[in-house]
Design a protein around this ligand. Structure first.
Ligand code: XMP
Length: 522
């Protein structure tokens, strides 16, 4: 058995052929209490040897199984003898690999469809009954038209006569639809059945188990060494810090670089919580003066981001030196950052915004990384935070970008503008919390526009800034919808902001989704 397999729990291997929803397969499987990993089809053979999975799921793909350069299944996967479930393209690729036939669909199916269960199959044993119809989500142009030997059709839909196929003897199943998306209402139960009953893996992947495993792993990795952790006030770095502190105590020191671009009272809250409540050694660096000085007169979004990123690294590095250095750097890297994305076209993606993170630090400072959240999705990090006893109000916080209020103050930044923005933002969030909507929103914030407009207050003319309010719903920040507030709520909030904040005389609400907009304004 490989070293990796010894340290990982019984798992499922997800082979990624580049589908947009591959991560959802992993989410559904993890929700069943089973550990899984996503690996690109190009390295799936290695992953199989390292992970020794109890089952394999083959993802969908934007490619066509009929293309000359279509991604193929490593034969080792089929020969491994563990149960296999092929989803959409995964089903077609399986058929091609095993001698069946796929054809460009004459009935392309996108969206809701109904499958009819024609024969019993262990894939849906206990979930779907013979002869019943079920809503599923389809998204395919090609379809299977001839089955490999030993397979039979067990379910059909209008556009896919081979909607569900099975080879019970070889323990291989294929479905043309996507059980991982919410529009397949029974999809989660199908995955649960596959991993528990077919692959025989128990629901033992819990955050309590993960916490214990990681504590051991951190102790093993670090020994008596010193670890430095950059704390941002966000959920990821905070959970990482608390977990590492639990493992190695005061061998950990946190550095909180206060760039002066945080929200109202935010820095105090972060410092109080970690220093006083958690007793974690914490260096609070007030670097606001240098950040604001270097940002002075800069109005280009990318220039602002780059200045902040550079100063963050320089400040962090200087503080780490003062501490006498450390062998290890802790980071709150999450699983979605680790999954190697599969590019079917091979083209590079366009940079929309350069995100500020501490990615450049480890190489520059010659430090090894401690990344205890590398295997987790965001919702699992929150669950781990709860497990570690972090307060709910902290765990449920909306994400806050590294460059802070700098990217919510389009154009030039001044301390006065930041002050106005902080006050408006605090009122807006206060109203959202009071109305009970905070947890329904992915992110909500105020933006101070570099525009002044004319107003009238009392008997006088005003000429002050415009404040834009933004609130979006999202699952992962990659796409987002604007949040539909009630107009009374918006009216009430706007009145409070204009009455209570000197410097704003007009409030607007941003109704742009992503795409075409981005969540932040810069
Ligand atoms: P956009 O504006 O690109 O934002 O739609 C998507 C998500 O990323 C957050 N964001 C950042 N987070 N450093 C971060 O840590 C950054 O530089 C950064 N820029 C945007 C944003 O708040 C949203 O959640």
């Amino acid at each position: 058995m490989s070293e990796h397999a010894e340290t990982t729990p019984p798992s499922i291997l997800i082979v990624d052929f580049g589908s947009q929803v591959t991560q959802l397969i992993a989410r559904r499987i993890r929700e069943t209490g089973v550990y899984c990993e996503i690996h690109p089809f190009t390295t799936a053979g290695e992953a199989l040897r390292a992970l020794q999975p109890k089952g394999i799921v083959l993802s969908g793909s934007p490619a066509s199984a009929l293309d000359q350069n279509a991604p193929t299944i490593d034969p080792a996967l089929i020969e491994a003898g563990v149960p296999i479930l092929g989803i959409c393209y995964g089903q077609q690729a399986l058929c091609v690999a095993l001698g069946g036939k796929v054809e460009a669909g004459h009935h392309r199916e996108f969206g809701r469809a109904e499958v009819t269960v024609k024969k019993p199959a262990s894939l849906y044993d206990g979930v779907w009954d013979l002869g019943t119809d079920h809503q599923v989500w389809m998204s395919h142009g090609d379809r299977v038209v001839e089955l490999p030997q030993g397979f039979e059709v067990v379910g059909t839909s209008t556009g896919a006569p081979f909607a569900m196929i099975a080879n019970e003897e070889r323990r291989i199943w294929g479905v043309q639809f996507h059980p991982e998306v919410v529009h397949t209402p029974d999809g989660a139960r199908l995955y649960a059945n596959f991993v528990h009953n077919i692959c025989g893996v128990d629901a033992s992947w819990t955050m309590a188990a993960y916490r214990n495993k990681m504590i051991e792993k951190i102790r093993d990795q670090v020994g008596t060494g010193k670890v430095i952790c950059g704390l941002s006030g966000g959920v990821d770095s905070s959970v990482a810090a608390v977990l590492i502190h639990e493992a190695i105590g005061d061998q950990l020191t946190c550095i909180y670089v206060d760039h002066g671009l945080m929200r109202l009272n935010e820095s105090e809250q972060v410092v109080t919580m970690f220093r006083d409540e958690y007793n974690i050694p914490l260096v609070h660096v007030d670097a606001s003066e240098v950040f604001l000085r270097e940002l002075d007169g800069q109005s280009d979004p990318e220039t602002k981001r780059k200045i902040i990123g550079r100063l963050f690294i320089e400040t962090f590095e200087a503080e780490a030196k003062k501490l006498g250095g450390a062998e290890f750097l802790a980071q709150g890297t999450l699983y979605p950052d680790v999954i190697e994305s599969v590019s079917i076209t091979g083209g590079p993606s366009v940079t929309i915004k350069s995100h500020h993170n501490v990615g450049g630090l480890p190489a520059r400072m010659n430090m090894q990384l401690v990344e205890p959240l590398r295997e987790l999705f965001k919702d699992e990090v929150r669950a781990l935070g709860r497990e570690l006893g972090l307060p709910e109000s902290f765990i449920g916080r909306h994400p806050f970008p590294g460059p802070g209020l700098a990217i919510r103050c389009p154009g030039g930044i001044t301390p006065e503008k930041l002050d106005i923005l902080r006050q408006a933002d605090a009122i807006y969030l206060d109203e959202i919390r009071k109305s009970g909507q905070y947890d329904m929103i992915w992110q909500a914030f105020a933006v101070l526009l570099p525009v002044q407009t004319v107003g009238v207050m009392g008997d006088g003319r005003t000429y002050e800034f415009v404040c834009a309010l933004r609130a979006v719903t999202s699952v992962d920040g990659m796409t987002a919808d604007f949040y539909q507030f009630d107009m009374n709520f918006l009216g009430r909030t706007a009145t409070r902001i204009i009455n209570e904040v000197r410097g704003i005389n007009r409030v607007v609400y941003d109704v742009t989704s992503k795409p075409p907009g981005t969540i932040e304004w810069e």
